[in-house]
Design a protein around this ligand. Structure first.
Ligand code: ADP
Length: 496
């Protein structure tokens, strides 16, 4: 009797496995921290073997903790850190270099060169992405250009490229299945979001042989079975989806104009745009939300580089809070920020400002500003930046969002979520289960194997913990946002 779905959450800081029951409740989980290497400033790498072996380790541990027999698992769904690039030898299955992590900036000079060559428009038109070291294409090229003999091997068809889900599936099946899904493909900068295939012209621009690339499949589909030696029996592998898209699905944002924000270290806002590819005029990226039964759903995405990390900054650098939770009680000790603004531009500002020379700033300090005002200003700043992204989305789309679902560590902060509802003038919904990233992949896998039959059935599992409604007047809202926009200007162009 199949009772569970096993979800692999192959993240950046840790590998996790969560096992869910038919009601979508987590029944067991295990987690292992991943190794990370910083060989030079701005370089970020991981060990592919470490990613794979720890992922497998957590799967075994999660089952044994509560005595689940592998035959009770209906399917495995995988969600993963996106864009991280692994290249390995087809014959030996050995990686030829470390995984280059999405955060790695080593290809910034090459990205600058692409911009100078006037390729920005073409790349955006085809891929929906802005030229940035973030995406996989320039990382693959770096490996081919810098690892001895790599280019010749690639040209002879001896190398394979994959993002983390591809590598895990390849290993789980001893190299039998070499696939990615549409969401992960859409983050490589080699995938054309209109033709829904690898793009030959882009492959030529980046000088990457097509033979390296995996086959692109639905996010929810039975790709094949894991080898029984790994988990104790063969289990169907039935979903692969990028982490942010997975949490969009996990929040139940199934319809056009539904949006979610994950408030972790940074904040990732995604909006379901249905079957429409929105050409953003505000620097947001268009991406694939998921593919089910060959039907593609698109999304618009905006990221905020610093969110929860600002709370860590208050704790570790300024030492004005002892732990993240304290920020809520401290912010509510005062009625407002005393006209003080915190601009968390530690590494520049993203959409819609796009100023990589902006730096963190506190403006409006007077003799009566105390630590409570600064804590409050910090929490409010994440809400203001989120509002800027939401307003950019609404401008691109020409309509207002219906609601915003939230997850991630910071979403536990009631003050912050209430203030966010006021600023975006839309209700903010916090689901009961906060493991939404893993849950999205779990639902995708469950749908593929008939564990659940429809979106409707899944929706019944989704419960809201708390609803935050906007409660200030439009005049008050506008006044606060105007003042924020004035404050932001003081942080800009500083590092130049
Ligand atoms: P990630 O997945 O990026 O590691 P998490 O979703 O685990 O992040 O969230 C962790 C972040 O949330 C930390 O930066 C932490 O400071 C912040 N955080 C946790 N609890 C709170 C809280 N009550 N208020 C504000 N921030 C919080």
């Amino acid at each position: 009797m199949k009772k569970y779905i096993m979800s692999f959450d192959a993240g950046t800081t840790s590998a996790r496995t969560i096992i869910f029951d038919k009601k979508g409740n987590p029944v067991s989980s295990a987690q292992k921290e991943l190794l990370k290497f910083f060989p030079k400033p701005g370089y970020v790498e991981q060990d592919p073997e470490d990613l794979w072996s720890k992922q497998l380790g957590t799967a075994v541990e999660a089952m044994s903790k509560v005595n689940i027999d592998p035959t009770e698992i209906a399917a495995i769904g995988i969600t993963n850190q996106r864009e991280t690039t692994i290249v390995w030898n087809k014959k030996t299955k050995e990686p030829i270099y470390n995984a280059i992590v999405w955060q790695c900036k080593r290809t910034a000079p090459y990205c600058e060169e692409l911009r100078k060559r006037g390729l920005e428009e073409k790349i955006k038109e085809k891929t929906g992405l802005v030229i940035d070291p973030y995406f996989s294409a320039t990382k693959i090229k770096w490996i081919l250009d810098n690892v001895e003999g790599a280019r010749e091997m690639a040209e002879r068809g001896e190398l394979l490229f994959g993002t983390v889900e591809t590598y895990i599936i390849y290993n789980l099946t001893d190299g039998k299945i070499n696939i990615t899904d549409y969401t992960n493909a859409s983050r490589t900068m080699l995938f054309n979001i209109h033709t829904l295939d690898w793009d030959d012209e882009l492959l030529e621009i980046f000088d990457i042989p097509k033979s390296m690339l995996p086959e692109i499949r639905n996010s929810s589909e039975v790709y094949g079975k894991s080898k029984s030696k790994y988990l104790g029996c063969e289990i169907e592998i039935a979903a692969a989806i990028g982490d942010q898209q997975s949490s969009l699905f996990g929040t139940g944002s199934f319809e056009k104009s539904m949006a979610k924000s994950t408030f972790g270290t940074g904040a990732f806002l995604l909006m379901n745009t249905g079957d429409e590819i929105v050409d953003s005029k505000s620097g947001l990226v268009s991406t694939i939300a998921w593919a089910i039964d060959g039907k593609i759903t698109y999304a618009l995405e905006g990221s905020i580089f610093e969110a929860g990390s600002c709370i860590n900054f208050l704790r570790d650098n300024l030492r004005i809070i002892d732990q993240a939770d304290d920020s809520e009680y401290m912010a509510t000790k005062v009625d407002d920020t005393n006209d003080c603004y915190f601009i968390p531009a530690f590494t520049g500002l993203g959409a819609p400002y796009w100023d990589q020379n902006a730096r963190g700033t506190i403006v409006g300090i007077s003799g009566s500003v105390n630590k409570y005002h600064i804590v409050r200003a910090t929490l409010e700043s994440i809400c203001y930046l989120s509002t800027d992204v939401i307003e950019a989305m609404e401008k691109d789309l020409g309509f207002k969002i219906k609601s915003l679902k939230v997850d991630g560590g910071m979403s536990k902060n009631d003050f912050c979520m209430g203030f966010l509802a006021d600023m975006i003038d839309t209700k903010v919904l916090r689901p009961k289960i906060v493991e939404l990233t893993a849950q999205g992949a779990c639902y995708m896998a469950g749908l593929a194997v008939g564990f659940w039959d429809s979106f409707e059935e899944i929706k019944e599992n989704m419960q809201i913990d708390k609803e935050f409604l906007p409660k200030i007047t439009e005049e008050e809202r506008k006044k606060k946002l105007d003042r924020w926009h004035e404050a932001v200007k003081y942080s800009m162009h500083w590092a130049k």
